[in-house]
Design a protein around this ligand. Structure first.
Ligand SMILES: [Ca+2]
Ligand SMILES: [Ca+2]
Ligand SMILES: [Ca+2]
Ligand SMILES: [Ca+2]
Length: 299
């Protein structure tokens, strides 16, 4: 039985046809993370980092990791390359260096001579404020990946799903989780049915929370009257006010996902003309998150 299996493997790995030698290999990089160097060398490593699959796109003047939608790039093995390499050692430091390291040595190299690669980029924005994205009422996404009907409770220009202070009272939503159970939606100090994170007068004393920062530092959470163990904005017996006309700085997160997919017919060729077909070749998804700081205009 063993003999039969090994013969089958030999036949499937190498066979000849009129166009030359073709090797078919199931080289699976799907469990490897994509790394990115500069503009724009994507690469993956596998097999104890002794093999790499790298995509280098140099003919774009734009930030290709930020172009929302699908873009197609021509692989020509000059300006844009897609290369599979095998090394004689660990290649984790092979990329991202100004000077090529002397080791490891590339023992085999297979390049795509022609073909295309598509990169489909999506952007997700979120405030990580403890309220689930869907519970922030984003509405439906349109074809541009935007949410035109998203709810903006405080009208500050930031829809709730990326507004870390949804009611604009200068208490961040995650800090309106009074019982600290990780869920700001079930805290309602004045019992009016509006949770604190959407209630701009948390204690219902007629003084807006934002105006209960009486020391003028735009933080109502550190203003305590003598003898109290709760800040004024949570006690309807404390009604001292200082009119605030400024929001605190907001932070939200922008996550870009780049799904990279070579075309179906792509094949790799070695220096000596042997063609290699990688079965089920899917480059994968590269993801980056950046933060954005913005202080909304006060209205
Ligand atoms: Ca929010
Ligand atoms: Ca708030
Ligand atoms: Ca309330
Ligand atoms: Ca109040």
């Amino acid at each position: 039985m063993k003999k039969v299996v090994s013969i089958f493997l030999v036949i499937s790995m190498f066979f000849s046809c009129d166009d030359g030698d073709i090797a078919v290999a199931d080289i699976d990089f799907s469990d490897s993370d994509i790394e990115l160097c500069g503009e724009y060398l994507f690469y993956k490593l596998r097999n104890d980092d002794s093999e790499s699959l790298s995509l280098h796109i140099t003919n774009s003047s734009e930030d290709i990791t930020r172009l929302i939608g699908e873009e197609t790039y021509t692989i020509n093995n000059t300006t844009n390359t897609l290369i599979y390499r095998v090394y004689n050692g660990v290649a984790s430091d092979y990329f991202c260096n100004e000077l090529q390291p002397s080791t490891p040595i590339v023992t085999s190299e297979w390049a795509v001579l022609s073909g295309t690669v598509s990169i489909t980029t999506t952007l997700t924005e979120d405030d990580n404020d403890g309220v689930d994205f869907d519970d922030e009422e984003p509405g439906s996404m349109n074809s541009d990946g935007e949410y035109p009907d998203a709810i903006d409770t405080d009208g500050d220009g930031l829809p709730n799903y990326k507004d870390f202070d949804d009611d604009g009272d200068n208490i961040p939503t995650e800090d309106e989780d009074i019982d600290e159970d990780g869920d700001p939606t079930n805290d309602d100090t004045d019992g009016d049915g509006i949770p604190n994170y959407l209630d701009n007068d948390d204690d219902d004393d007629g003084i807006l929370t934002i105006n209960e920062s009486i020391d003028g530092d735009l933080n109502p959470a550190n203003d305590y009257a003598a003898g109290n163990n709760l800040p004024n904005y949570l006690l309807n017996t404390e009604t001292t006010a200082l009119i605030a006309a400024q929001y605190i700085e907001h932070t939200y997160y922008k996550t870009y996902e780049n799904y990279i997919l070579p075309d179906d017919n792509i094949s790799f060729t070695s220096d000596d003309g042997i063609e290699l077909r990688l079965e089920l070749l899917e480059f994968g998804t590269y993801e980056e998150t950046e933060t954005e700081e913005i202080t909304p205009d006060f209205n």
